[in-house]
Design a protein around this ligand. Structure first.
Ligand code: OOG
Ligand code: NI
Length: 299
């Protein structure tokens, strides 16, 4: 099963790297500064997906793919202002990334926006994951990179963005990987804290999401996260109309050792000794990496 999971993750990462030049940019800068020798040395803390919370879709549909591949469902997070739900999933072994899946609480939006979303999602008459052979990597890979609904009209995209930038992102980008996350705490000194890593990113010209500050810190002080602002992609809408929209971004995470393990020598520290899970107040700001308020900084 882990071989299948690796196949699915490889497919996601290869599309993601094509869409987000910053990913290769960050990896190359890490190699240039001698932080790593090859990209394989990077520990991927987690990956993230976004979905529409409507009948037949949403977390309850997408999660089946990853539960089948060995993931375990963990904590729930609620984002009242952005109208989102999320869960995180623990991997079958430490060599794989955690997964964070969020969904738009479509029923909480205005009737007009709900109608626009359902115009597309109503095409889906049954849970599409139920129709897949989840043991077939090619089928799963194809599913994650194909559309469940028609290519949206630019007018609909823009109307959604006014009320929910998350809704607009999902209507066009669907299940494309939203981000991968470089784990920084195991890197060499000078790069192994979020502040040091942000300094490295900025001196190499990467633009950070500064919503709530250039890094977000959990109340317990143990989970620190930062992210680039999403890269813009030229999107082709229905009727051939083109428009620059937010694609995906890259994230960076530092998980500190939990206080009860502070006596363990640094060389013996493993994932289980560090802060686990996610943090709603950090995530709330990281979502904004694809929002106009941040992406406009690309200039
Ligand atoms: C996910 C934002 C939250 C985290 O690590 O807390 C997040 C998104 O932008 O879809 O990635
Ligand atoms: Ni994340």
């Amino acid at each position: 099963m882990t071989q299948k999971l690796q196949g699915v993750l490889d497919g996601l990462m290869s599309r993601y790297k094509e869409r987000v030049p910053d990913v290769a940019g960050v990896i190359n800068a890490m190699i240039r500064e001698g932080v790593i020798n090859t990209a394989d040395e990077i520990e991927n803390d987690h990956i993230a997906f976004r979905t529409m919370g409507v009948e037949h879709l949403g977390i309850k549909s997408l999660e089946k793919v990853f539960l089948h591949l060995g993931y375990t469902k963990r904590d729930y997070y609620f984002f009242p202002e952005k109208k989102l739900n999320a869960y995180w999933y623990a991997p079958p072994s430490e060599t794989f990334p955690r997964i964070f899946i969020s969904e738009l609480r479509v029923d909480d939006l205005s009737p007009a926006v709900q109608k626009t979303i359902r115009k597309y999602t109503d095409e889906v008459k049954s849970d599409p994951v139920d129709a897949l052979d989840l043991n077939d990597v090619k089928i799963v890979d194809n599913f994650l990179h194909s559309s469940l609904w028609q290519t949206p009209l630019l007018e609909d995209y823009l109307a959604l963005a006014k009320e929910s930038e998350y809704a607009a992102w999902v209507i066009y980008n669907r299940y494309y990987l939203n981000h991968f996350t470089v784990s920084v705490h195991n890197l060499k000194p000078g790069y192994n804290t979020i502040e040091a890593f942000n300094a490295f990113l900025e001196r190499n010209g990467f633009i950070l999401n500064d919503a709530g500050g250039k890094f977000k810190k959990s109340p317990d002080g143990l989970l620190l996260q930062s992210s680039t602002v999403a890269q813009m992609i030229e999107a082709e809408f229905a009727n051939g109309k083109k428009h620059m929209i937010a694609g995906s971004y890259a994230e960076f995470a530092e998980r500190k050792v939990r206080p009860e393990f502070s006596h363990i020598p640094a060389s013996e520290i493993k994932r289980e000794h560090r802060r686990e899970g996610f943090e709603a107040q950090n995530a709330n700001k990281i979502f904004e990496s694809t929002y106009q308020s941040q992406t406009s900084k690309h200039g």
